[in-house]
Design a protein around this ligand. Structure first.
Ligand code: GDP
Length: 463
């Protein structure tokens, strides 16, 4: 936690499981007086970062945090509503359920936390800030429609973030529902049902008739049990801002998902460039609460400003410290933005980036006018991998380059290759802002050639 805090004070928001670049590791090692050979430095940092995780006796099981993804109109919102209707008891609050961006359900005494904003764009936008809110993604696929472009996008976003995927085959009440067809189509994307010899959980559901919902919830709990989600509730809170807005009467309000520790009314907190004292907390049933432990969503009041979604929020020792952190964040942010830009991958500067950051993997997103071209470009590019650099196509699809592609590229440090298609307006603006290298081609050979020559620069000299 000392290292994470140190980095945070420098404006670098990292999580305990995240890799940091060599330069940063070296700087920290010097700070903490651990001067040793390069590999050893990395080991020392890994040890420091692990320390907190390994205090096993402080860790207790926490509820899974789940989000819902999938193609438009496949029933994400309906599914979230159906789960909320059937499993949230709003007795305590007099029947009023609050929409705070997340809600908890109780399944036979176990809790599941659902993030209420469906869609993978929101999910990856958070990840862009280095934060990961979700443990399990529910991939909703309509049984009458099957795998569609955004289904594939969602799969690749979830895979890039390394979260568990459970498939909910929705709309099974429809006469033309075909569950087996969905299973068959998804095999192509590495999601293979258990009865097809794989290990992905498929849950047939209907958000309309509520059939299969209980089973889906049980499967979520089962998955959570297997991946063993734990956190230490007895430390200062650390969480992530799910959403935030300026409320006319109450000032800035932020929905926060507590990830570690316990957040209490009266705590001094910092969230990005914002700080304050938690004046009041409301839980997902609209009740005022005094404290919130790991995996609990709460709406808090008391920040001096509206933080960004995805920002890390941390409880600090004092008001002064919280304010310091926020001010440091603002001061360092400009520098950080510049640094970030420097670290974004681009074909032109690949060689220098390799030298600076030991890059071993080139992530690529391919968009093309027809599936055949996606496959052709993909296969040619993957073949360019060599001992030093692995070329990985993290997403490929038919159609113009959209916002979702750029967000994924930014979060995964990928370049985008568009073949016979263009970026749409929003994608162009975002790519510009996020400094994502987006290249358009009309001849496959030119795309291959560009990547190949950039990769040649990537080769480290072999003696
Ligand atoms: P989203 O865009 O993925 O959030 O999809 P929605 O939840 O808005 O649902 C899209 C449409 O499908 C709506 O008209 C829903 O009423 C309908 N729908 C959702 N779930 C089901 C289901 O289980 N069965 C049937 N028959 N229709 C559904």
């Amino acid at each position: 936690s000392a290292v994470v805090k140190k980095l945070f004070m420098q404006g670098k928001v990292v999580t305990i499981n995240q890799e940091i670049d060599f330069e940063t590791a070296e700087e920290i090692a010097l700070e903490f007086n651990c001067i040793c050979e390069h590999e050893e430095v990395i080991d020392v940092i890994a040890e420091l970062l692990k320390e907190e995780e390994e205090a096993a006796d402080t860790l207790v099981t926490r509820p899974p945090v789940v989000c819902v993804m999938g193609h438009v109109d496949h029933g994400k919102t309906s599914l979230l509503d159906a789960i909320r209707e059937t499993h949230v008891t709003s007795k305590e609050s007099g029947g009023i359920t609050q929409k705070i961006g997340a809600y908890r359900v109780d399944v036979n005494g176990n809790t599941i936390t659902f993030l209420d904003t469906p869609g993978h764009e929101a999910f990856t936008a958070m990840r862009m800030r280095g934060a990961q809110a979700t443990d399990i993604a529910i991939l909703v696929v309509a049984a009458d429609d099957g795998v569609m472009p955004q289904t594939i996008e969602a799969i690749n976003h979830a895979k890039a973030a390394n979260v568990e995927i459970i498939v909910a085959v929705n709309k099974i009440d429809k006469p033309n529902a075909n569950i087996e067809k969905v299973k068959q189509e998804l095999t192509e994307y590495g999601l293979i049902a258990e009865d097809w010899g794989g290990s992905t959980i498929f849950c047939p559901v209907s958000a309309h008739t509520k059939e299969g919902i209980d089973n889906l919830l049980e499967m979520i709990l089962l998955t959570a049990e297997i991946i063993e989600l734990k956190a230490n509730p007895n430390r200062k809170a650390r969480g992530i801002v799910i959403e935030a807005e300026l409320d006319k009467g109450r000032g800035p309000v932020a929905t926060v998902l507590v990830q570690k520790g316990t957040l209490r009314v009266g705590d001094s907190v910092a969230a990005g460039s914002c700080y304050g004292k938690v004046r009041a907390m409301i839980d997902d049933t609209g009740r005022r609460v005094k404290e919130a432990g790991p995996s609990t969503p709460v709406e808090i009041q008391g920040l001096n400003d509206v933080p960004n979604a995805g920002e890390i929020i941390m409880a600090m020792d004092s008001d002064k410290e919280a304010r310091n952190v926020a001010e440091t964040f603002i001061a360092e942010n400009k520098k950080k933005l510049l640094d970030d830009t420097k670290h974004k991958v681009s074909l032109d500067a690949l060689f220098e980036q390799i030298q600076a950051g030991n890059m071993k993997e080139l992530n690529i997103i391919i968009k093309a006018d027809v599936q055949g071209s996606v496959e052709a470009v993909k296969q040619s590019l993957v073949k360019l991998s060599n001992e030093e650099v692995v070329v990985k196509v993290i997403h490929g699809g038919v159609g113009n380059v959209n916002e979702s592609d750029v967000v994924l590229a930014s979060a995964s440090n990928a370049i985008i290759i568009a073949f016979n298609v263009k970026p749409d307006n929003q994608a162009r603006i975002l790519a510009d802002r996020e400094k994502v290298d987006l290249r358009t081609y009309s001849v496959i050979y030119n795309a291959i050639e560009d990547v190949e020559s950039a990769l040649k620069g990537m080769l480290e000299p072999i003696y």
